[in-house]
Design a protein. Structure first.
Length: 268
């Protein structure tokens, strides 16, 4: 069985406060996009994980796909399988690629072995793997609170717009991104600002990580400015990683300076 774990972008990201547990509370809208990995599960005699495509850092046993399998295997009599992940979504990019891989592994195993887990149960398993993993169970626009694992419905549809994602080959870890962040509570809630026309977002909706990461990595600011010069109605950094995105009214021709970056574009 095959599935395609898809990425997400953040429409706004506000870091509200430092929590007693060491994490941060946030406000953001997670929005699914078409850039995806490929994940396959095949029954075998012994469990095996393999990968291709982009190299995946870290010890194999820490991979979220393996952890997702072991999490379900602890509660269900799962037979051994081979999980193969073809990695296309960049790592440390702020696109939630690893979290998507984990959630889609849970969903794939649930379907393959008829575990009959409902959405709420799958989300609870996903929360045990990472803060934003649960979003990818339903994989639809959601307003996200707390650590990014608490969701509210949001009436936001960007259908018809075009998206350009630019990953400048810089991997930014979550720890690095949060090291220089200064939490603050905004005057207005992000969900209210998102109700305004998209062409007003540039003055009201910001990813808070831009304030600390743009001075450290000036290329990020340059890419954002270039996206606006190309005609983006809104541009931003996604998550705590290095990907910049632009939302356009129509598809765009890529400038030469993006030629050595990893890019993806398609309709929202």
């Amino acid at each position: 069985m095959l599935t395609f774990p898809s990425a997400k972008i953040n429409l706004g990201l506000r870091i509200i406060e430092k929590r007693p547990d060491g994490f941060h509370s946030l406000q953001s809208c997670f929005y699914p996009v078409g850039w995806s990995d490929v994940l396959e599960v095949i029954p075998t005699s012994t469990f095996k994980f393999s990968s291709s495509g982009l190299p995946i850092p870290g010890a194999p046993e820490t991979n979220l796909c393996i952890r997702a399998y072991k999490l379900l295997a602890a509660d269900f009599n799962l037979p051994p399988v081979q999980l193969h992940l073809h990695k296309l979504v960049p790592i440390g990019a702020g696109l939630g690629g690893g979290s998507a891989d984990a959630a889609f592994t849970l969903k794939l195993l649930n379907d393959r072995f008829n575990l009959t887990l409902d959405v709420a149960s799958l989300e609870n398993y996903a929360r045990r793997l990472g803060s934003d993993c649960a979003f990818f169970v339903q994989n639809r626009p959601r307003y996200c609170l707390e650590k990014g694992e608490v969701f509210e419905d949001i009436a936001l549809d960007l259908g018809g717009y075009y998206l350009l994602l630019v990953y400048p080959n810089i991997a930014i870890s979550t720890a690095e991104a949060y090291a220089a962040i200064h939490p603050r509570r905004p005057e207005t809630e992000l969900c209210a600002d998102l109700k305004s026309p998209i062409n007003t977002w540039c003055s009201t909706i910001l990813n808070d990580f831009e304030n600390s990461l743009f001075p450290k990595y000036p290329v990020l600011s340059s890419i954002k400015q270039q996206l606006y010069k190309m005609g983006a109605v809104y541009a931003s950094m996604s998550g705590s990683g290095s990907t910049l995105y632009g939302i356009f009214n129509a598809s765009v021709n890529l400038p030469n300076q993006f030629g050595h970056y990893r890019v993806w574009q398609g309709r929202l």
